[in-house]
Design a protein around this ligand. Sequence first.
Ligand SMILES: [Zn+2]
Length: 262
Amino acid sequence: MRKLPVNKICDGVFLLDEFGGTNCYLVVGSERALLIDCGTGFADLKGTVESIIDLPLTVIATHGHCDHIGGAGAFPEIYIHKDDTAFINRIQFTVPVRKIFSMGVGDARRQGVKVSDVKKGEYKTKFIPIDESFSLDLGGKQIKIKHTPGHSKGSIAVIDETDKIIFSGDNVCDALWLFLPGGLSVEEWLPSAQWLYEMSKSYRVFWGHRNAELKSEYILQVITWGKEIMAKTKKNAFPSRKKQYPEREDGIIYMTGRVFKK
Ligand SMILES: [Zn+2]
């Protein structure tokens, strides 16, 4: 399996790029390291982490989608918000599903990732449910979490208080996905996005895919689109259909039957 390209964000904070698929992050303290998300699992994430650190490792997932916890089998346990542990479908850890993903994701094929690289996980991973009371002292780096429901019910942002960095998962981004099963309404998502916008005035924000760093102005733009969807919608549609607003590549993708909280 190929090791992931590593980019340093600041001292002790690294972006591990699963070949243009998922952005995983490693925060390293003096006593312990924290891995945020474990990708789809077609590259050697564990080996990549071990090439950077020789410390006990805690793994946390920003949410329970297969491109963020597909690589779970390399780790004995993963912390995930209690509202997402209920949705975890173990099918996503199976070799055939991850093989399919490895073919379609980002730059993987071009960078030499082979379908045959996808192997059965080492562990039957235990998912440990957490809530906002979760915190971690990595030794010189303080970690907290914030529940940010929207993209999934149990989405969280991981906050590195020491470096003033937030790892926001997929809850605010270009082409934001609110349409998936288990996703929430635009109305229910909005407060999390507003929280992130306020925080982005004093924290750097990194999300789960593509161009990793989210700028304040862009977060505000996505919020404005969300508000516009609500203003243009009288009530939740039935039957519900998938729609992108605005009609441009990076517009929010949502279900017309899930604009407002029921
Ligand atoms: Zn996701």
